[in-house]
Design a protein around this ligand. Structure first.
Ligand code: CA
Length: 236
């Protein structure tokens, strides 16, 4: 289907937790067509059990479930596993998104969603998990996002053909955001993924870096503030 290389073994096990049988069927079909091995359940408690017995490599987890909700499922699973979790949330439910990310969800997709979008998120998460050191663009040559070109090997960024000098930190921040257009990163996630362990960093530090990054790209405005949550790069 999609020529983009998958970041893991074919047949990676995915657990789909969704009580709407139509959505469940669509997801199962699409994931299997993409080469994944799929288990489904409509119940939160069974999801926790399946996670223990079946060790899925990724979980697609609906928030609204009939027995225990998706957040509780995630909380229980996090007690024994760091398997990536993508929440399915109701449209526009910002509070649910924050809660989900704070509980250790890796991403969320708002309903109604396209299976293509969900598959792209799954691939992105699996890439991050499989080769964090090579990720995001280490071996991929030049990465393009709108007018921006990122050459990670040469540590060089251009916008509209002009060099944009960035500090190392700004570079990492840019790289993180533009490789996941549309995905919101909380400040905490930015810290984890773009800063690593070095030094003392506060939320304010991230805000300042975002500000200078925006300034450096001038008219090309692509970094959105998501109030109360964090930042994302515009989906182009
Ligand atoms: Ca539901």
């Amino acid at each position: 289907m999609n020529p983009e290389p998958t970041a893991g073994s074919p047949g990676a096990r995915i657990l789909v937790v969704e009580d709407d049988p139509r959505i469940c069927d669509v997801l199962e079909y699409a994931l299997k067509a993409d080469g994944y091995s799929v288990r489904t359940t409509q119940r939160g408690r069974e999801a926790v059990t399946l996670c223990q017995t079946n060790s899925p490599e990724l979980i697609v987890l609906d928030v609204g479930l009939p027995d225990i909700d998706g957040f509780e499922v995630c909380r229980q699973i996090r007690a024994f596993s760091d398997v990536p979790v993508i929440f399915l949330t109701s449209r526009g439910d910002e509070i649910n998104r924050v809660v989900g990310l704070e509980l250790g969800g890796d991403d969320y997709v708002a309903k109604p969603f396209s299976t293509r979008e969900l598959l792209a998120r799954i691939k992105a998460i699996r890439r991050r998990r499989v080769s964090p050191s090579q990720q995001p663009s280490g071996s991929a040559g030049i990465f393009h996002y709108g007018p921006i070109e990122i050459d990670a090997d040469k540590f060089r960024v251009r916008c509209g053909g002009e060099d944009v000098p960035l500090t190392r930190q700004e570079f990492k921040l840019l790289d993180l955001l533009v490789h996941h257009p549309g995905r919101v990163f909380t400040r905490e996630q930015v810290l984890d993924q773009a800063w690593g362990d070095g030094g003392f960093v506060t939320d304010r530090t991230i805000d300042v870096h975002i500000k200078t990054l925006r300034k450096k790209f001038g008219d090309f405005e692509f970094i959105e503030t998501v109030r109360g949550i964090g930042y994302r790069a515009t989906e182009l």
